[in-house]
Design a protein. Structure first.
Length: 145
């Protein structure tokens, strides 16, 4: 008989934010000021104030007017999965603010991960990305639907 050992993650250092749909508040520049369209180009670029846009309570900045237009033409394509909350934390039903420099594109969706001390959320996610996605989808829906 074989057993599969599933890792259990403790988010001891994780601060759980209020249950807002987005991991960024309306008072800050969203996603550390990174241009969210640039994640899809493989090189994360900083946004510029002259290419700012308010969208659904988020203050977004884009690196260029072209990227801003790309976003406005199809915002659902670019808004991060789970509103930018840490994807692996959601597998435990926890809302945790990620480090927006740790990300992954999975099935065309942008996922962010937290990194704390000896824990890398992206590495944990990669152990079983398909199952983790199913669990995170379910938990996010329970929180916000």
């Amino acid at each position: 008989m074989s057993y599969r050992i599933l890792p259990i993650f403790l988010f001891i250092t994780t601060f759980t934010y209020s249950q807002s749909k987005y991991s960024c508040s309306s008072e800050e520049i969203a996603f550390f000021g990174n241009d969210i369209t640039s994640y899809y180009d493989g090189k994360v670029l900083k946004g510029k104030t002259e290419h700012s846009l308010k969208f659904d309570g988020l203050n977004l900045q884009f690196n260029s007017e072209i990227n801003k237009v790309k976003f406005t033409q199809n915002p659902d394509q670019y808004i991060p999965e789970y509103g930018g909350w840490c994807a692996i934390a959601l597998t435990n039903g926890v809302l945790a603010r990620p480090d927006f420099n740790y990300y992954k594109l999975q099935n065309g969706k942008l996922l962010f991960f937290e990194v704390k001390a000896f824990f890398n959320g992206k590495t944990a996610w990669e152990r079983d990305p398909e199952i983790n996605k199913i669990i995170a989808d379910k938990n996010f829906a329970e929180l916000f639907d």
